[in-house]
Design a protein around this ligand. Structure first.
Ligand code: ZN
Length: 306
């Protein structure tokens, strides 16, 4: 097995600030940083190996030059992990499914959130009330956002799966670990009338109406999510807490590589020191590969089922 830590990429956002510091990231000062792309091979925020035989190389290059060590998965690196620390509302948005994303020569974007921190009584925008596409179009046209958008209460430790076609938005001070397909196709339907450099950001009303699932899909929230939190054809997610588990983490599903993110504490993984915010990839796995996680750590581990 080969484990290497990754240096993240930071993105300035109109809704960002300096809060990523509290999640263990040393971000540029005086900038509105909203996102850390912590495990990424996407051109819009590339990750680079921080150590090991591939030190300094991009995750994209490592993956594409060593496919046999990554389960022989073809195509571009399929996953993206971000930490979001919004200080204002994110735009209300929806992502297309695979079929509708074809016009961009890209894949659809299933996404998911694990809530790392949030204020009391926090709510996320997660779904809509329209019964027909016509009703959806009319409510958007008439700016009936209060009636249209569904808000769900969330607490630290909740997990929400956001399938393509689900209208959603993260709200101020809800810090999330976001695991998603590595695709950057977002249709923005409402941006709270904000200006960026004096202009409103572009909206994608037509694409939103076509892409949104109507009537809405069910609400899928897991409270106090732990151990194997989620597993479908797009990605799996596991929360390992040293306070609750005594055995090393073993592969539960066949996969080509594991993605590791420390969300709390300090400790060691396979003998190497890890602190809050550290992220790594473990590849070159076999059936007996395991992660020996010790100390006082909470670690989110993600992968794709092969
Ligand atoms: Zn999204």
């Amino acid at each position: 097995m080969n484990i290497f830590k990754i240096n993240p990429s930071f993105s300035e956002r109109v809704w960002g600030g300096q809060k990523l510091n509290s999640m263990g990231y040393n971000i540029p000062k005086d900038k509105k940083i909203g996102e850390a792309w912590v495990i990424s091979a996407h051109e819009n925020g590339m990750g680079f190996a921080a150590e090991g035989i591939w030190k300094g190389k991009s995750v994209k290059e490592i993956f594409e030059s060593n496919r046999t060590l990554f389960g022989n998965v073809q195509g571009s690196f399929p996953l993206l992990v971000k930490i979001l620390t919004p200080e204002q509302n994110l735009s209300v948005q929806v992502h297309p499914n695979d079929e509708l994303a074809k016009k961009h020569n890209d894949f659809g974007k299933p996404e998911s959130w694990y809530v790392l921190d949030c204020p009391d009584n926090a709510k996320l925008i997660y779904g809509h009330t329209a019964k027909t596409k016509k009703e959806l179009a009319e409510m958007i046209e008439k700016d009936q956002w209060k009636e249209l958008l569904v808000e769900v209460p969330v607490k630290k430790g909740d997990f929400l799966y956001v399938p393509p076609g689900k209208i959603h938005a993260v709200t101020p001070n809800v810090v999330v670990y976001e695991l998603q397909r590595s695709s950057d196709i977002t249709y923005r339907v409402y941006d709270y009338g904000r200006l960026e450099n004096g202009k409103p950001r572009k909206l994608h009303i037509e694409d939103t109406i076509v892409s949104t699932t109507v009537p809405d899909t069910n609400i899928a929230i897991i409270n106090n999510a732990t151990k194997l939190i989620h597993s479908n054809e797009y990605f799996s997610l596991y929360l390992y807490e040293t306070s609750k588990e005594t055995k090393p983490f073993k592969l539960i599903e066949k996969t080509g590589w594991l993605q590791i993110t420390v969300i709390e504490g300090t400790g060691k993984i396979n003998g190497v020191d890890y602190i809050l915010g550290d992220c790594s990839i473990a590849c070159d796995l076999n059936e007996s590969s395991s992660l020996d996680i010790t100390g006082n750590l909470k670690v989110l581990i993600s992968w794709i089922k092969l």
